[in-house]
Ligand binder design. Structure first.
Ligand code: NHR
Length: 207
């Protein structure tokens, strides 16, 4: 059984989707812990109610990013994960942290990367007049939102969309995309060559 640790900052709706799919689809994996950088992250209750270990590493209690990263890594390593999943985790992680979990650290970002990395991605897509938006699951590297792309999903941008409307349309598809990508990882179906990720069974990596 592969051991998954999920990091959240708030509701962790993608965490919830992964926990539910993992159980319902009998993945060879278990979500062993959900960790948050905020004590009020609502997703902690969801996890605790399902018997999943939870912990908070509050970034505000650390004087530097490095000391936060070190404490977070210690809290993660207690659970000996095979995979660490960022699910709406909102703190940029430093080089040492990323190196420690290289090749076993995933994120979902709500844009069609490499377009619109970083924050306020939906607003920027609308302002640019994009007709297509979406979400990307990628391996996490030191360059934020620039790691090897595992899978993507596309949605239309509609003429009267505001940020919230577009965000909701993208998020609904993230809840399909992210569990699928995590499942591929725990089933050992992903290969990375020169920064290009392929599904070894040839499954489509665009939903
Ligand atoms: N860390 C690394 N090294 N690489 C990535 O690809 C990362 C990462 C940490 C988080 C998620 C990402 C997203 O999906 C993610 C990818 C937050 C910020 C940010 O600017 C940027 C990207 C992402 C998440 N955070 C501010 C900071 O100073 C804090 C913002 C806040 O607390 O609301 O860390 O979008």
């Amino acid at each position: 059984m592969k051991r998954i640790v999920i990091l959240i900052s708030d509701r962790g709706s993608n965490m919830q989707a992964i926990v539910q799919c993992c159980a319902a689809e009998h993945w060879p994996a278990q979500v062993v812990a959900v960790l948050a950088n905020r004590p009020d992250a609502a997703g902690l209750e969801f996890a605790a109610a399902r018997g999943i270990a939870t912990a908070v590493v509050d970034h505000r209690h650390f004087p530097t990013r490095e000391s936060f990263d070190t404490a977070l890594a210690s809290a993660i390593d207690v659970h000996q994960p095979d995979l660490v999943v960022l699910a709406g985790f909102m703190r940029i992680l430093g080089e040492d942290f990323v190196r420690r979990y290289a090749g076993r650290l995933l994120n979902v970002h709500p844009s069609l990367l490499p377009a619109f990395p970083g924050l306020q991605t939906h607003r920027r897509a609308i302002e640019a007049g994009c007709k297509l938006a979406g979400a990307t699951v990628h391996f996490v590297t030191a360059a934020v939102d620039h790691g090897p792309i595992v899978a993507q999903v596309a949605v239309p941008v509609l003429a009267d969309d505001d940020e919230d409307a577009l965000a909701a349309r993208v998020l609904a598809r993230e809840h399909q995309l992210y569990p699928l990508a995590v499942r591929w990882f725990v089933e050992g179906r992903l290969r990375v060559d020169n920064g290009i990720v392929t599904h070894t069974g040839g499954d489509p990596q665009l939903l």
